[in-house]
Design a protein around this ligand. Structure first.
Ligand SMILES: Nc1ncnc2c1ncn2[C@@H]1O[C@H](COP(=O)(O)OP(=O)(O)OP(=O)(O)O)[C@@H](O)[C@H]1O
Ligand SMILES: [Mg+2]
Length: 205
């Protein structure tokens, strides 16, 4: 596929500052008059937001790993088709709050679903579109969880061990894809962190 736009994803464990930094990046690019769009995963378009509701609902206690993995992929496939492909085709910069790396980290490293299989499913769901840049925010697991919402969703409720595996999963991915995935250690206030984000974004535009 020949897509003219740029695709930038924001990744990291709970409370690492993804949404905060994605919002700052959106403002920055709007001020530069760049054509830009921000979407979140799971979600971003109507059908995918409905799937998000199923995934995060604490009442869905019996959801199996297989169903969870497939629902994340289903939400992603619809977002890719309805939002990502048209926007990149029109030459936009698309900022995405989580993407395929999240499923590898949470369902793969966290839950033990076969990572190779997730990557294959991922190619199908994403039409093999890869981010031009992925910014991975790395934070000490407990610190991140403490920052995240007091009312926890279905995934956030999981034990500390689970979240530690997710964090290590992300760091493994970053070692596998050093060109695409840039790690920012979250050890400063959001303005300081954004300076690093801005440098990374400027480098791919
Ligand atoms: N650099 C920072 N220093 C201190 N607090 C921060 C920083 N960045 C974000 N926060 C605060 O931490 C909380 C979590 O941030 P944010 O929601 O951006 O994280 P997230 O990675 O999107 O979390 P989630 O995984 O729950 O979606 C928010 O209250 C936010 O204001
Ligand atoms: Mg967030």
């Amino acid at each position: 596929m020949d897509l003219k736009g740029k695709f930038i994803t924001f990744e990291g464990s709970e409370g690492s500052g993804k949404s905060t930094q994605a919002a700052l990046a959106l403002e920055y690019l709007k001020q530069r008059n760049s054509p830009v769009m921000l979407v979140r995963e799971p979600g971003g378009v109507k059908i995918s937001e409905r799937i998000r509701g199923l995934l995060l609902d604490v009442k869905n206690t019996g959801m199996g790993d297989e169903c969870e993995t497939l629902l994340y992929m289903a939400a992603r496939a619809q977002m890719v088709k309805e939002a990502l492909v048209p926007a990149l085709g029109a030459g936009k910069i698309v900022l995405c709050d989580r993407f395929l790396d999240s499923t590898i980290a949470y369902q793969g490293f966290g839950n033990g679903v076969d990572v190779k299989f997730i990557k294959e499913l991922g190619s199908f769901a994403t039409k093999s579109i890869k981010p031009d840049l992925t910014i991975l925010f790395d934070i000490e697991t407990q610190k991140g969880l403490a920052r995240a919402n007091a009312r926890k969703d279905r995934i956030e409720q999981r034990p500390l061990d689970y979240h530690n595996r997710v964090r290590q999963g992300y760091l493994t991915l970053a070692r596998e894809h050093p060109q695409r995935i840039k790690v920012i250690t979250v050890d400063a206030d959001k303005e300081q962190i954004f300076k690093q984000v801005k440098t990374l974004i400027d480098a791919v535009l």
